[in-house]
Design a protein around this ligand. Sequence first.
Ligand SMILES: [Fe+2]
Ligand SMILES: [Fe+2]
Length: 270
Amino acid sequence: MRVLFLGDIVGRTGREAILTNIENIRKRLSIDFIIVNAENATSGAGLSSNHALQLLKTGVDCITLGDHAFDQQEMISFSEKEPRVVRPLNYAKSAPGFGSRLFKLPNNKKILVMQVLGQVFMKRPFSDPFEALELELEKYIMNGNVSAIFVDIHAEATSEKNALAQHFDGKVSAVVGTHTHVPTSDTRILPKGTAYQTDAGMCGDYQSVIGMDKVEPINRFRTGMSKERFKPASGEASLSGLIVDLRLDGLAQKVVPFRYKGLLDQHGMN
Ligand SMILES: [Fe+2]
Ligand SMILES: [Fe+2]
């Protein structure tokens, strides 16, 4: 079984790159399941229900969110109704929606997708992501009641993502980092069989400051004052993430980075 995981979609250019290419990518690379982080897909901040539905209709199987999960207010009610949208498991206890979802594929395989937020350098203190995952994993056994488990660790600190992946090595199929918007080059299988990459990168315009038009971020770093709102950069987007091939026991057989179109296009679709 082959799973494609793509990092944070940023703005219109990222959304359009997904909508235009995803069907072709699925066919040409024989992808069975597609997970996309879309926490910045609507104007760079959150995800509207309309954009979520467009992504799901075009071929995305599961959408994960992040610290920007509810920046678009309508996601508060939409996430209750749409089981294909996964928000962080360790968000506020009162948060709507689902932090963990089981997907049944046409081939009868079952994939569990979970997302957690890190605690280091994040805007507000979220609860312990290790504990949240451990509690949830008590209900599932890979190669038992589920075929594969994907964890999106949405965090700022590389060390925290490393620690979480090492801790859950052998218990889940893949741990993939999101949130920093820049792909790391440490794609690998950990000793006990879990695929890992510290950050999947973003689906957006890389001629930018992590997906945003560069003028205002530079201004804020230099002056500490804001002149205007951040707006997503609008040049051609790259799609960035990774492809995981799974063994029958749910662990990883192979993992390769995926970078397609725009400035990051290195390998095409090989
Ligand atoms: Fe993001
Ligand atoms: Fe984020």
